[in-house]
Each structure stands twice: as structure tokens, then as C-alpha cells.
Ligand binder design. Structure first.
Ligand code: SF4
Length: 422
């Protein structure tokens, strides 16, 4: 419980099981969050001793109760997609990386994509009652038969029926289609986009993402996307987004950044992405970075003579020279793009944020000539640990220069950290 909170004051202690609120059963964090929103609460609970207790709570307007819940039991996925990234993870990583979650509650709370293939009637009722909107939905294909094949699950419900029912209750969606050549591109994708379009303003955005495979994707029997298929996929997406701009004044459907790179086509500018609804899904991340650098160079300090390494993956290495030129002109520093191959997932995974500690160490260990280095901030988690379990702070001790995790270069280059190096 938070110190000084209402929960602490009335005697809710660590380990207390909250069983009902105002007569409604609390099954999980979602029930608690919504049912405890009232200011007058009767909370039934079971204390760690086993004693049943009732708390009557009248809280001042808007004051938080200060109850900290245990992490929820995540709903596991019942599908077995051939392209599942988690199936494509190598052995020996942290246990929680192998959890295949498919949980509409996390979709609403954190923006995790869910297929809705495991939702029951009770869940639909909860989504509608609590107005869990928007949801992030892995549609992949609206064609029922194609979707069964894609999710490798003959029991998946009809997604169009599910979305239609939820939409009628006011729920909105951000959708994605991970495209597997030959399974859900071309006519199947046309059908998917048409069905989603027909759901009107219930579908806030639709992302088209090429299948991403690692060297461990042992289930996958199809092929990756080559340049020609990426181009035709992008043409299809562009035709739909042009229509959306004409008829709804919104791009609505987006190709992922990777799709543009695979197709060898320039990425759209910021107006195409609007509010970057699916930036976490790799939609518009590069354009957003360009914008942030273009704006940020105006406030960069002079760093004349410094040598700065930028560790990145192959995908971003192709984009960076134009940004580095801007930063060089603004600071006088010498930037070096250090393209690094992913040793854990293999060379097909070129995303900077998936580089692991061993890769960074390999690239920087012999670079005593650098004054400092920037690494992708996305490559470490909130505990500052890389996917291969290497701790960032330990890695720093082994490297011959200061290393800073950075989202957009500007974030680090404008800090006082650099005063020491300058
Ligand atoms: S829905 Fe498919 S891709 Fe997602 S976790 Fe389940 S098996 Fe993996």
C-alpha cells in the first residue's frame, strides 16, 4: 500500500485479498479498477490471517485509495501461429519473454495486441460494461477460413462478428494485419481492409506489417517478403490510405516502416501519420525520429572534436546518415554509425531495439578512440537489462567509454552528462 494512503489508513495490509466491491465480485485488476471508482465503497476482503473483513470507505473526491495490486495472471494464447515471434525466440532468455499473452485486458490497459480468439461471453459483457476502448486487435485476416489457418487454430471465432458486436456497443479498435505472403496478402488483405473499412469509425487505424522471422522460427513454413511483394503490398495499402484521406480525411491504414524499407520506397512525412496511433508497432517510428532530430538540432550544444559512436541495427543504419549530417553540422562532433548484427536472433532481425548486450559489447569493446557511445534505449528494459540478460550497468564497466541509452540522440546530447566528456 502507498504510504499515507487511504488503504494504509484503514488497515488494508500487504497480502489482503479484495473479494468484492459494493456487492460485485472482484475477479481481477480490471474489476477492481472499475468497481472501486466510486467514492462510497463497501469492500469485502480476506486478510492474510484468513479473517474476513469489511471496509467501508468514503473518500474525498478523486483521492486515490493507494492499493497496489499484484501483477495480473496473464491470459495465455490458444493459437499457434507459424510466424509467432515468441516461438522464434532462442532458448535461455528470461522466462517472462516466453509468455504468449493474448489478453484483451492488457490490450486495453497497455496497448498489447490481442486476437480476441479466447474471449468468452462474460468477457464481451465486461468489455461493453467497462467500455474497454480502444482495443488493439490482431486481425490478420477477416476471412474466417484464412484466419483459422493463420492462427493455426480451427476454433477461432469469426472476428467480423466479434468486432461488429463490440462496435455496436461503442468500442473502437486499432487493428493490425501481420502479412504472410500467400496466406493473407492480395485478395485476402483486400477483403480484410474492406471489412474493417465497413465498420466505419469503430476501426481507428489499421496496420499492415510484414511477417518478421528469426533464425529460430521453426514453425514457419512460408516465405519472407521480398522486394517485389513488399512493393505490391505497399501499393495496395497506399490505394486504401489515399481513399481514406479522400473520404475520411485520415490516412487510416498504414504500412509499417519495415514494409517501406523492404520495398525500397521513401517513408511518408509526419502528416501521413497524424497522431502516430501505432508507433509502438513500428508505424511511423522513423518519421517521428526524423522530426525529433530536425527540431532538436536547434538546441544542441557545440561538441567540437568529440567522437561519438551510435550503435544500431542494419535497418536504422540505412536511415541514419541524413540525421547524423544534421547533428554534425549543429555540434561539430564526429559521429560514427556502428552497424551491428544481431547475434541472438540472427541477421534477419535488423531492428536496433532487439540488439542484445553481447552485440553492443562486441561493437564497442575495442573502441577506446570514442569519447562516448549511444545505444538504442529500447534494447534494455525498465530494470536496465538486455534481452540476453546482460545488465547494462555491468556492461558499462567492461567498455572503454561512457555509454548512454538514447531514444532520439537529442535526449542525450542535450544533457549535462556530456559536460564531463567535452
Ligand atoms: S496469437 Fe499467434 S503470434 Fe500472437 S502470441 Fe499467439 S501464437 Fe504468437
Amino acid at each position: 500500500m502507498s504510504a499515507g494512503s487511504i488503504a494504509e489508513e484503514i488497515g488494508i495490509v500487504v497480502g489482503t485479498e479484495l473479494t468484492s466491491v459494493n456487492g460485485r465480485v472482484v475477479a481481477d485488476f480490471l474489476d477492481w479498477e472499475f468497481l472501486s471508482a466510486d467514492d462510497e465503497l463497501v469492500v469485502e476482503a480476506r486478510q492474510p490471517t484468513g479473517e474476513e473483513i469489511i471496509f467501508e470507505i468514503a473518500r474525498p473526491d478523486g483521492e486515490s485509495l493507494g492499493v497496489a495490486l499484484e501483477p495480473p495472471n496473464v491470459r495465455r494464447c490458444a493459437n499457434r501461429c507459424e510466424f509467432c515471434f515468441i516461438e522464434g525466440l532462442p532458448q535461455g532468455l528470461r522466462k517472462n519473454l516466453y509468455i504468449r499473452d493474448d489478453d484483451y485486458r492488457l490490450s486495453f490497459t497497455y496497448g498489447n495486441f490481442a486476437t480476441l480468439s479466447n474471449v468468452k461471453e462474460r468477457d464481451i459483457a465486461r468489455i461493453l460494461e467497462y467500455r474497454l476502448s480502444p482495443l488493439y486487435v490482431s486481425v490478420h485476416a477477416t476471412n474466417w477460413e484464412a484466419r483459422k489457418v493463420l492462427l493455426n487454430n480451427p476454433r477461432v471465432p469469426n472476428i467480423v462478428d466479434q468486432l461488429t458486436r463490440l462496435a455496436a456497443g461503442g468500442i473502437q479498435f486499432h487493428c493490425q494485419m501481420v502479412v504472410v505472403p500467400g496466406l493473407n496478402d492480395a485478395a485476402i488483405l483486400e477483403e480484410s481492409l474492406s471489412d474493417l473499412w465497413n465498420l466505419g469509425d469503430a476501426v481507428l487505424s489499421a496496420a499492415v506489417v510484414p511477417v518478421g522471422l528469426t533464425q529460430f522460427s521453426h514453425l514457419y513454413s512460408g516465405k519472407g517478403l521480398d522486394e517485389a511483394s513488399a512493393r505490391s503490398l505497399l501499393e495496395q495499402v497506399t490505394r486504401w490510405s489515399d481513399r481514406a484521406v479522400r473520404e475520411r480525411d485520415d490516412s487510416w491504414v498504414f504500412g509499417s516502416d519495415e514494409l517501406y524499407l523492404l520495398a525500397g520506397k521513401p517513408l511518408p512525412d509526419a502528416t501521413h501519420y497524424g497522431e502516430y496511433a501505432q508507433i509502438e508497432n513500428g508505424i511511423g517510428a522513423i518519421t517521428s525520429l526524423r522530426v525529433r532530430v530536425a527540431e532538436g538540432v536547434n538546441v544542441l550544444p557545440r561538441l567540437d572534436g568529440l567522437r561519438i559512436g551510435i550503435v544500431t541495427g542494419k535497418a536504422m543504419a540505412a536511415i541514419l546518415p541524413e540525421l547524423v549530417d544534421k547533428m554534425t553540422a549543429a555540434t561539430g562532433a564526429r559521429f560514427e554509425i556502428i552497424e551491428t548484427e544481431n547475434s541472438l536472433f540472427g541477421p534477419t532481425i535488423t531492428t536496433a531495439g532487439l540488439l542484445v548486450g553481447a552485440d553492443i559489447e562486441r561493437s564497442l569493446a575495442a573502441r577506446a578512440d570514442l569519447d562516448f557511445a549511444l545505444i538504442p534505449a529500447e534494447s534494455i528494459n525498465e530494470d536496465r537489462i538486455f534481452l540476453d540478460n546482460v545488465e547494462f550497468d555491468h556492461l558499462c564497466l567492461r567498455l572503454p567509454m561512457p555509454v548512454y541509452p538514447s531514444y532520439d540522440f537529442i535526449d542525450v546530447l542535450t544533457t549535462d552528462l556530456l559536460a564531463a566528456a567535452a
